[in-house]
Design a protein around this ligand. Structure first.
Ligand SMILES: Cc1ncc(COP(=O)(O)O)c(C=O)c1O
Ligand SMILES: N[C@@H](CCCC[NH3+])C(=O)O
Length: 459
């Protein structure tokens, strides 16, 4: 076993740390100038820390790249970027991304409510979900959302009925399962056949949905949608899926005369969690590749290009966040094959980051309160929960003098950390802090034991 240490932060956009992370002369890490020792003293640990400027820059990077690549000058019909709120959504984050030119993709009443509370106009919000409730559909329509992405045949009459009763015509897209299998883990791949999302292209279900929607007055079919999975670093799958939905769009136009004005090519762009991950393509490269595919395919098909949208979540918020923990117990464990693993327990765990347990996801970690000249040990960072799978970082080299009271920072936890957090073992969920200009402010406060106890109303 030979573990590697976390890379030192270097301000690069392609690193595992957000661009605002730096190690100060005293050896402590800081985010956007906010010293993590002070952050821990003021807010406690564990805590998620978001680098606001980094997040905004990544968001803006997508809008600029897609607006450029899909411009009329490029022979295309424009583009919109929806931030996938499932990655992490709070009122401030919804505002930031909207200020940077993005819209918001919500997939539940909760995400919809946060986007609305942030002041986004309905038309800047899209509603997803494979099992939307009537209440979610009617709230979305009441606020005039820009689109509802239909995920099943059963949903068509339901959306139509609710729209008709509300006296509106619902703008809808059809989520198409293209058969493209992409994504790091089977649970985060979403376009192969045997899973719950979307309507299959191969079986004809997608085409049937299109026809049923076209035959329904209360529904306005604005486009097709494809989302192939998540944490994808290779753009080929997106290109294959794009061609498939553009082909269906052209077939429908030929058969019915209805040329859908939009196509959504989904999110799923990967990020770097550790040094071992490949450097992901930058927004310019993604936009350029997708624009070329759309242009060429539409030319081949002889159909005018659609307005294109995408839905990145992880690639906007993931690299912008880190989790700050305090070290508690440090324990050396002798391994069967010889050698020793140092188990470093922190004050959180699978309740604030379920990804290692759920997907076997790899992370790294670094001392945040000091640097150390000590040699390194092969360490495993674990949480405080009653599961041996409660692992935060499987394998990392940490200074041999790591001890109780040290702070550890785990980079790239901005996406699917807080948003998938639980109160397992009745551990209250950590706060989300925004770091900017040398200070931090609370975006989502720490949950307290009173919050947890307040839900327990039985006697
Ligand atoms: C429909 C849809 N859009 C967008 C996303 C965002 O994905 P990611 O955070 O990987 O960019 C997801 C999650 O995979 C999704 O299911
Ligand atoms: N939650 C997953 C990705 C699923 C994205 C939503 N379809 C993750 O942490 O990687």
């Amino acid at each position: 076993m030979s573990s590697t240490p976390a890379p030192e932060p270097d301000g690069a956009t392609t690193g595992v740390w957000s661009t605002g992370v730096a190690r100060s002369a005293g050896g402590a890490l800081a985010v956007a100038g906010a010293d993590l020792r002070e952050v821990a003293a003021e807010h406690g640990t564990p805590a998620y820390v978001l680098d606001e400027a980094d997040l905004r820059r990544r968001a803006r990077g997508f809008t600029e790249a897609f607006t450029d690549a899909f411009s009329a000058d490029a022979g295309l019909a424009g583009a919109d970027v929806y931030y996938a709120g499932k990655a992490f959504l709070s009122v401030a984050v919804a505002r930031w991304v909207h200020e940077e030119g993005l819209r918001v993709d919500a997939s539940t009443a909760g995400e919809l409510a946060v986007a609305l509370r942030a002041g986004l106009p309905g038309e800047a919000i899209g509603l997803h979900g494979n099992n939307k409730s009537d209440a979610e559909i009617s709230t979305a329509l009441e606020h005039g959302v820009g689109r509802i992405v239909v995920d099943s045949l059963a949903e068509i009459p339901r959306v139509a009925g609710i729209a008709a009763r509300a006296g509106v015509r619902a703008p809808v897209m059809v989520r198409v399962t293209t058969g493209v299998h992409a994504g790091g883990h089977q649970f985060i791949a979403t376009a192969h056949e045997d899973q719950k999302f979307g309507l299959s292209l191969a079986s004809g279900a997608a085409r049937k949905a299109v026809e049923e929607i076209l035959a329904t007055d209360a529904l306005d079919l604005i486009g097709l949608h494809s989302h192939i999975g998540s944490q994808i670093l290779d753009l080929d799958g997106f290109a294959v899926a794009a061609r498939a939905v553009l082909r269906l769009r052209a077939e429908v136009a030929q058969a019915t005369g209805h040329l859908m004005p939009e196509v959504d090519l989904g999110g799923g762009y990967g990020i770097r969690y550790t040094d071992a991950d490949d450097v992901p393509p930058a927004p310019d490269e993604i936009a350029g590749r997708l624009a070329a595919v759309v242009r060429e395919t539409c030319q081949e098909l002889g159909s005018p290009p659609p307005r294109v949208s995408i839905e990145p979540g992880r690639s906007v918020v993931g690299p912008a966040g880190l989790t700050l923990y305090t070290v508690g117990t440090v324990k050396d464990v002798a391994l069967d094959g010889g050698g020793v693993r140092t188990y470093v327990s922190v004050d959180g765990g699978m309740s604030d980051n379920i990804r290692p347990a759920l997907y076997g996801a790899a992370y790294t970690a670094a001392l945040a309160n000091r640097s150390s000249d000590a040699g390194t040990v092969d360490a495993r960072v674990v949480g405080k929960h009653c599961e041996s799978g409660d692992i935060v970082v499987h394998d990392v080299a940490l200074p041999a003098d790591v001890r109780a009271g040290d702070l550890l920072a785990v980079p790239a936890t901005g996406a699917y950390g807080r948003s998938m957090a639980s109160t397992y073992n009745l551990v209250p969920r950590p706060p989300v802090l925004a770091a900017a200009d040398g200070r931090t402010r609370v975006l989502v406060r720490r949950e307290t034991l009173e919050d947890v106890l307040g839900l327990d109303v039985g006697t």
